[in-house]
Design a protein around this ligand. Sequence first.
Ligand code: GLC
Length: 396
Amino acid sequence: MKKLTILLLIAVLAIGGLTTAMAAEPVVVKFAAQGDSTPATQAVIDAFNAAQTAYKVEWVDMTNDSGAMREQLITTLKAGSSEYDVVSLDVVWAGEFAAAGYIQPLDMMMDEAGLKIEDYNAGSMASGSYAGKQYVMPFFPDLGMLYFRSDIVSEEDGAKLIAGDYTWADLQAMAEKYMGQVGAKDGFVFQSALYEGLVCNANEFTANWKDIKGGLEAMKAMIDDKTTPDNIMTYTEGETANSFVKGESVFARNWPYMWGMIKSEGTIKTDQVGIAPLPGGSTVGGWLLAINKNSENTEGAFEFIKFLNSEAGQIVMSQAYLPGFNAMLTNEDVVKNNELLSMEGFQNALKTTTARPVSAEYSKVSDALQQAIHGYLSGTGTVEDAVKGVETALAN
Ligand code: GLC
């Protein structure tokens, strides 16, 4: 009898020990986010995992193609899967996810944590606000801009670029003038493959669709010209960065993270690079953080979102991305980490931002725009047909 009691006691103690050990294991929080060509996403995840013991974020590395990522996420979320806890959403389709009920409102969690909507990037917050509720917080805001080789371009031309005092035709002429110098075999690289990036670039070439014909013709002139690589029609951000960061092009249109790439893996250095606004304005982009409606780890998911938007998280992210937490725009460490913030050309780009069309069915509008524009650029349709296609897409 006595022996049995002792055995039972040992068993109870063992089970108790096991549960304590189990409780000490961090809860895994799955973060579905696009691939990152800079070290920032992994670094912010590592920083969160090191800062506390309750949760462990694991990155589910998704595609870099915005449209394809939207489809991947919809397939999973529509099926009611709890596979992802935190999801990264492009600003252009976040509203659709909120309306479809794939993600959950953050208002109560934000309230409890004392976080206020107005303290975060307004455009990002607005893209994930639906029916009076707030469904997202920023991952990072984005804007299109021109990178140029300040060690190749003359000071006079550089000053024109930084001031935004130039046209697409001027840029094409400069590309022709400077290409081939210091090993930069190409003049200008940008995104004209058949995907979301094409819409962003066309938004800039057409000055936010105010000059559709002129803008598309300027784009085609660049493509047909010897200043761009022969396979420019397959260029996304990846090919663009690969060319510029390796010193193979004089001018490139890309998002702010390419600055981070130059710093982390550039053949060229940042002191060889200038930043300028684009002739037709800078497309606003960016990514947002939301919680899967069916997540089984809502608390951990929000803890991670909160960390990413805290001073500590933003300092880590600022090695490659712009802060979405407004107060961090003047934070000493952030400004030191991201030189873009104190560059005149970048500040000028910030003043000329424009948005892509706003629609509840954005992906349909985007597909129609991509088809119409790509057809013309690749030589299978006339500019008149392209303009008609764009106008029809914008009217929907
Ligand atoms: C960037 C932008 C995003 C845009 C995408 C297009 O990731 O942040 O908004 O849709 O590029 O390729």
